[in-house]
Design a protein around this ligand. Structure first.
Ligand SMILES: *[C@@H]1O[C@H](CO)[C@@H](O)[C@H](O)[C@H]1NC(C)=O
Ligand SMILES: *[C@@H]1O[C@H](CO)[C@@H](O)[C@H](O)[C@H]1NC(C)=O
Ligand SMILES: *[C@@H]1O[C@H](CO)[C@@H](O)[C@H](O)[C@H]1NC(C)=O
Ligand SMILES: *[C@@H]1O[C@H](CO)[C@@H](O)[C@H](O)[C@H]1NC(C)=O
Length: 467
């Protein structure tokens, strides 16, 4: 029940539809008569073949015929100012180097990537940090061909508030009060509610992007982790594009974590796809993660054991001490050498590793439905008919009961089937990455994660209008 107030409008709609249809056919008839004059039966075929086919810019994939996006020009206190103390935004390391190149990070060519992949592919890789996603999305939307600076022409409205970076400053600070954590969010909503286009729709065509998981913004009234931005009544109608969504909250929509792959053109993507498909993959499966030794019965520890037991068939990368953030090349290298990658839940249900794995062309192995199937509906094919095309699901209870082994399950999949799944994964790569493309996009009608985001938002607004 998005818009109860439109019930009357809906009742009037059928009549309107009839009028539009009649007008449409009348126009067609007119065009037909004007262009044909009074044709003799024999002239018809010739006349048809001479109608010029004009290129229609908006009919191709790179057009914005679905609708355009308006980006609010917020007071900088809600975005750019939050970035200023960039060395204090995350507790374990400085985010400053990752803000370069509009948030894509610094070019990865100083790492050892060229020993892993052909030199011409290295240029598409950056050292990127997931928490900078809010900045990436903001900057890309500002230069996107589907952005309009005229709110009257917009279908959807983007609110570039860096909510995740804002709350990140407080998550580990022992002296932050609840009011400190929620201050920016409260101020943002009071600013937004005064805007004309917000008032027009009550926020239903507005959206925001979050570079932290939904659970960091859902502090319960009796205390606990995070801020309470997503629970604020003033945010109720706004769509939140978030790296991990609340599976039962329809206002949360999952978007990919940023990986280090930021291609500029469709050709960059195709070269990478070809490479990822043809590279030899000696390992059956790989796992990158940090076990929590303090947690008894930790599932990741079980996976590390399975990996060890599989010997040569598995490679494990211990991500302790932030090593997989600082040296992402190691992660890429590991997934490039394996046919499958294990994606258990970690501290939350989703992980950046899922996207690192898929971009590298390995097939993800999942243990929780909430790790992907209930998350990224706009980006990856979900539903029982599709999940098996690009992923393997292993029942974690059977694994814990030692009724199955990972090696056993994966080795039983025929090679031809594995190849097919890998192809499917590699096909999905463009949609899963935030490209470094300019205004024209990747080209050839190829869509990246941001294009999918805009399409999805425009479709969502249209659907809400109808219902
Ligand atoms: C590059 O490789 C060398 C040798 O394998 C290693 O010692 C070094 O840490 C690597 N550098 C990075 C940035 O990964
Ligand atoms: C919390 O402590 C840090 C340093 O100890 C200080 O810089 C900061 O201003 C304090 N924050 C609040 C809300 O008091
Ligand atoms: C959300 O939308 C409803 C109408 O659909 C409206 O009554 C309500 O005030 C809106 N809430 C906010 C916070 O704008
Ligand atoms: C494991 O196998 C045993 C014996 O076949 C069965 O009783 C048990 O239910 C299985 N456990 C799970 C979690 O499937």
């Amino acid at each position: 029940m998005y818009r109860p107030d439109t019930a009357n409008a809906a009742a009037r709609r059928p009549r309107l539809l009839v009028i539009i249809l009649v007008a449409f056919f009348a126009l067609q008839l007119l065009v037909f008569l004007v262009f044909r004059g009074a044709p003799s039966p024999g002239a018809q075929a010739a006349a048809v073949s001479h109608v010029p086919v004009l290129p229609r810019r908006d009919a191709d994939n790179s057009g914005c015929s679905g609708g355009q996006v308006y980006v609010y020009d917020l007071p900088p206190v809600f975005n750019e100012d939050i970035l200023s103390p960039c060395d204090a935004l995350a507790p374990w390391y400085s985010l400053c180097p990752y803000l370069a190149n509009d948030g894509l990070g610094f070019p990865a060519n100083w790492t050892n990537l060229s020993t892993i992949m052909p030199a011409e592919l290295v240029g598409s890789w950056y050292s990127s940090d997931q928490f900078v996603l809010e900045h990436i999305v903001h900057r890309r939307l500002l230069t996107h061909r589907c952005r309009t600076t005229d709110p009257a022409r917009a279908t959807a409205f983007f609110v570039p508030f860096y909510a995740g970076l804002s709350i990140g400053r407080h998550l580990w600070a022992t002296n932050s009060t609840d009011a400190d954590r929620d201050k920016d969010g409260v101020a943002l909503l009071s600013w937004l509610h005064a805007q004309t286009y917000y008032k027009r729709s009550h926020g239903w065509d507005h959206f925001i992007a979050l570079g932290r998981i939904t659970w960091d913004f859902r502090r319960s009234p009796d205390g606990g982790w995070g801020g309470s931005f997503l629970l604020m009544p003033g945010l109720a109608n706004i769509t939140r594009l978030v790296i991990e969504r609340h599976p039962w909250d329809a206002m949360d929509v999952g978007i990919p974590y940023p990986t280090g792959f930021h291609p500029r053109t469709a050709d960059d993507v195709r070269s990478w796809q070809q490479y990822a498909l043809s590279r030899p993959r000696p390992k059956l499966f790989a796992f990158a993660g940090a076990p929590r030794s303090a947690i008894k019965g930790d599932f990741r520890a079980l996976l590390l054991e399975e990996c060890k037991a599989a010997g040569d068939a598995c490679s494990a990368l211990n991500c302790g001490e932030g090593i997989c953030i600082k040296r992402n090349a190691l992660v890429v290298q590991q997934f490039l050498g394996a046919r499958f990658c294990l994606q258990p839940r970690g501290d939350s249900f989703t992980r950046r590793s899922l996207f690192d794995c898929m971009v590298a062309g390995a097939v993800p192995v999942l243990f929780w439905r909430r790790s992907a199937y209930l998350q990224y509906e706009w980006y990856i094919p979900v539903g029982n008919d599709h999940e098996g095309e690009w992923s393997v699901f292993i029942n974690r209870d059977e694994l814990r009961a030692r009724n199955v082994t990972i090696r056993g399950v994966l080795a039983a999949i025929p090679a031809a089937r594995v190849q097919q799944m890998r192809k499917r994964v590699v096909e999905m790569v463009p949609k899963l990455v935030y490209s470094a493309a300019d205004k024209e996009g990747l080209g050839d009608g190829m869509k990246d994660a941001l294009d999918v985001m805009i399409d999805g938002m425009v479709r969502r607004v249209a659907k809400q209008r109808r219902s």
